[in-house]
Design a protein around this ligand. Structure first.
Ligand code: BJ8
Length: 422
């Protein structure tokens, strides 16, 4: 990697622990990713992006900022990316998947809180994330209680705008959500000094839909038996989707899909045909959280679909592109961004329907219900998921875990036993 030290120190990064963090990440990547057999050639680009994880993209963001551009950090798929683009900004997803800055975090948050929240706060408080430090505004949301209250604390450290996400999807909730969308537009316009216009929003919707279509294409190619790409590689692409340049990323995913189509045509897969096929459902897996897919795919199974925010929930819905006015386009954006089925909503039967559809379309043999420790919405909703799957005769394994590797051995034994009986 080129020398980015002056870039990082300019952003106020604590260089010594930051170097240690990067030095720990690369061997992990080697072990989890580069040791996989028969990967598609098109993964080279995504390997390069990880090799440059705090380098090239951060440089691009800061070049953009030097020219007057604004960068907006987000934490949830309910926050519409197209609004940031339409206001002339660039967005980055800041959810994080590694234990960092624990001492600093535990000084302000309870110990027993979701590891995803601890991780993004750890990156901020320990000054270890150049993406965080490149943001001119952070957009939080009132999804789970942990995040909602953490954004109040985060506001002591950076400018934060919080969107009120309703907990139901009925007419008054839709109205509230449209008002929240408009408030975000006003805040973004104030930040960038640029108006969100009919043309700029239409263009942004097209760009984002092209990205979602490419990801859908990638996902659908995994219906093949054998699948042409591993669940681990697919997850990596979904994780990178949150911060890479939209057009470049879309082009690279489509190029990879061309290769995967050719592989399917030739009967080439990453596992032998008939390998047990898994669906993972539950809490998001933010980069570099690759623990569960690594354990599953080294236990004789292959993951073919993810009912996760780092998966299906992120790209399943397109924003309606037709609209005769800016107001109509904003309504389309609001409608699309209330569509995913996060466990923060009640009731959340749509999630069960999505799970059922994925099981059928991807010929799934078993489901892993993945829950980050202390995530109440998904931990409690597991009851509905398990009841629903049992009624359908689909085997389900509950995997409640965090970012440490302490339970990896035990989890692997449970996954192996689960895969054996599929
Ligand atoms: S739409 S899943 S990205 S809220 S894992 S912080 S819910 S305690 S990340 Fe999420 Fe939006 Fe929902 Fe998706 Fe809270 Fe649970 Fe932690 Fe979570």
């Amino acid at each position: 990697m080129p020398d980015y030290e002056s870039l990082w120190s300019g952003l106020g990064i604590d260089l010594k622990p930051h170097t240690e963090l990067l030095e720990a990440l690369l061997p992990l990547y080697q072990e989890v990713y580069l040791s996989q057999k028969n990967r598609p050639r098109g993964m080279e680009y995504f390997d390069f992006v990880v090799g440059e994880i705090h380098g090239l993209r951060v440089q691009e963001l800061n070049d953009f900022r030097r020219q007057g551009g604004k960068v907006v950090g987000t934490f949830c798929i309910y926050v519409p990316e197209e609004l940031v683009l339409a206001a002339g900004g660039v967005y980055v997803g800041l959810c994080a998947g590694v234990e960092v800055g624990t001492a600093q975090v535990e000084a302000v948050l309870p110990r027993n809180i979701c590891p995803l929240i601890k991780s993004f706060m750890g990156f901020k408080l320990a000054r270890l994330c150049p993406y965080f430090e490149s943001c001119d505004l952070l957009v939080g949301e009132t999804t789970c209680d942990g995040k909602k209250k953490t954004f109040e604390i985060l506001a002591d450290y950076a400018p934060v705008h919080v969107m009120e996400v309703p907990q139901k999807k009925e007419a008054p909730d839709q109205e509230l959500w449209l008002a929240e969308i408009k408030k975000l537009v006003a805040r973004l316009e104030e930040l960038t000094g640029k108006k969100v216009t009919y043309e700029s929003l239409r263009k942004a919707i097209w760009q984002l839909n092209a990205k979602r279509r490419a990801l859908r294409r990638l996902a659908e190619l995994r219906r093949a038996d054998p699948p042409p790409i591993s669940g681990l590689d697919a997850l990596l692409i979904f994780q990178i989707a949150f911060y890479d340049d939209v057009e470049r990323f879309t082009e690279k995913v489509n190029a990879l899909c061309d290769e995967l189509e050719e592989r399917i045509h030739q009967g080439v897969g990453v596992v032998p045909p008939g390998t047990p096929r898994l669906l993972v459902t539950g809490t998001p897996m933010a980069i570099p959280n690759w623990k569960l897919p690594h354990l599953a795919e080294t236990s004789g199974a292959v993951i073919v679909a993810e009912e996760l925010c780092t998966g299906y929930r992120y790209f399943q819905n397109l924003t309606e592109e037709e609209g005769g006015s800016l107001e109509e386009l904003l309504v389309n954006v609001a409608r699309r961004h209330l569509a995913p089925h996060c466990a923060c909503f009640t009731p959340n039967g749509g999630r069960l329907e999505d799970i059922e559809r994925l099981i059928q379309e991807y010929r799934v043999d078993g489901v892993i219900s993945y829950i980050l420790s202390f995530c109440d919405p998904y931990a409690v909703e597991h009851y509905q998921v398990e009841k629903f799957l049992k009624a359908q005769g689909v085997p389900v394994l509950k995997a409640e875990t965090d970012y440490s590797m302490q339970d990896a051995g035990q989890l692997k034994t449970r996954i192996e036993a689960f895969v054996e009986m599929l």
